[in-house]
Write a protein that binds this ligand. Structure first.
Ligand code: TRP
Length: 354
């Protein structure tokens, strides 16, 4: 992987930066997930997906959740939920997650996980909920006329996603750091308020595992997002990929350089090619030189299509068997339910709710 340093990561000292190998992989449990609102794109892949597969392959225990209840935070209806859920599993499997080693499940299929939301909500103030910068950003981009209650509480729900299985590491993009902070706060306050009789803590304090490319820009220069139509899907065809990259925003300067600060759009494209080719972005920019935006886009398109070709072929093959995708989710939910039931029982016990 190319050495790319993010300039604006607001990580705390407790966050780990990928891709450093994890010491003692067997001692960790990782949880992460996505909303089933549409196909995963290259930002997801380089931001977290690729990292998850690496962790799995290092022998870390993995939980990957399809956050289906979270879909209705910023829209009234969960459109084509079953289809999006299956396709998310398909993206996971194509990228290399192995359901034998990773527990892949939808969080709505794990009732005890959701019930943790109630005690957890009591640990967070309304002021804290309304200050969350990621929530504010999502509200700003929401097409809903009114902001619903779940929008404010979903970071706490996400804490339940993480803590139900006592995950200690959460591979996420930079935009999710405020939510990790909520999960840490919830864990700390719960442990303080409800210790075990011997004084030991119920929950670990989860840490973020930040990838080296936390935020790839979308083709319009904004945050890459499923809902903003500015992203190349993992499963896009080569022609679709070419079309989307051809339409990407650049600038008027002909000479291509890698300068994320002053030329975010051009640099985002250079970075994408660099990630696909496992080279330094500076070297790629240098090579294109005076070729301008057209040459840059050709390079990026080729790099993306080449890198994702095997994955896309696997995706097409796996996608033919929808029954298998649903079976993966059923098996994952079964494993997750055992763990969630045990955690909820422990929570009730320390609270005295027997
Ligand atoms: N909010 C995350 C996203 O939009 C998805 C998610 C839900 C998640 N629960 C989580 C991520 C728990 C990490 C941990 O992508």
């Amino acid at each position: 992987m190319a050495t790319v340093t993010a300039t604006t990561v607001t990580a705390t000292t407790s966050d780990l930066l990928a891709p450093e190998p994890i010491d003692d992989p067997g001692a960790h449990r990782v949880l992460t997930g996505d909303r089933p609102t549409g196909p995963l794109h290259l930002g997801h892949y380089f931001g977290t997906l690729h990292n998850r597969v690496r962790l799995q392959d290092q022998g870390v225990e993995m939980f990957v959740l399809v956050a289906d209840y979270q879909v209705i935070t910023d829209r009234d209806l969960a459109d084509r939920l079953a289809e999006h859920t299956e396709n998310l599993v398909l993206d996971y499997l194509a990228a290399g997650l192995d359901p034998e080693r990773a527990t892949i499940f939808a969080h709505s299929a794990v009732p005890a996980l959701n019930q943790l939301l109630l005690p957890f909500l009591s640990l967070v103030s309304v002021a804290e909920l309304s200050r969350n910068p990621t929530v504010k950003d999502e509200i700003a981009h929401s097409s809903q006329a009114a902001v619903n209650g779940l929008m404010f509480t979903y970071p706490v729900h996400q804490a339940a996603d993480i803590l139900f299985c006592k995950a200690d590491l959460v591979p996420v993009g930079q935009d999710q750091l405020p939510h990790l902070e909520v999960a840490r706060t919830v864990a700390r306050r719960f442990n303080e308020r409800y210790p075990h009789a011997d004084g030991s803590a119920v929950f670990p304090r989860p840490r973020a595992l930040l990838s080296e490319a936390p935020m790839l820009l979308g083709t319009d220069g904004g945050k890459m997002s499923k809902s903003r139509g500015n992203a190349v899907a993992l499963g896009a065809t080569e022609d679709e990929t070419a079309r989307i990259i051809r339409g990407a925003k650049t600038d008027t300067e002909r000479r291509i350089s890698y300068d994320p600060e002053n030329r975010p759009e051009v640099s985002g494209l250079v970075l994408l090619a660099a990630l696909c080719q496992d080279r330094a972005p500076g070297a790629i920019a240098e090579e294109i030189g005076d070729g301008g935006a057209a040459a840059l886009k050709r390079t990026v398109t080729e790099a993306v299509n080449e890198y994702f070709r095997p994955m896309r072929a696997r995706r097409a093959e796996l996608g033919a068997d929808r029954g298998h995708l649903r079976q993966v989710l059923r098996d994952g939910a079964e494993r997750a339910n055992v763990i969630a039931d045990a955690t909820l029982a422990e929570v009730r016990q320390v609270m005295g709710a027997i």
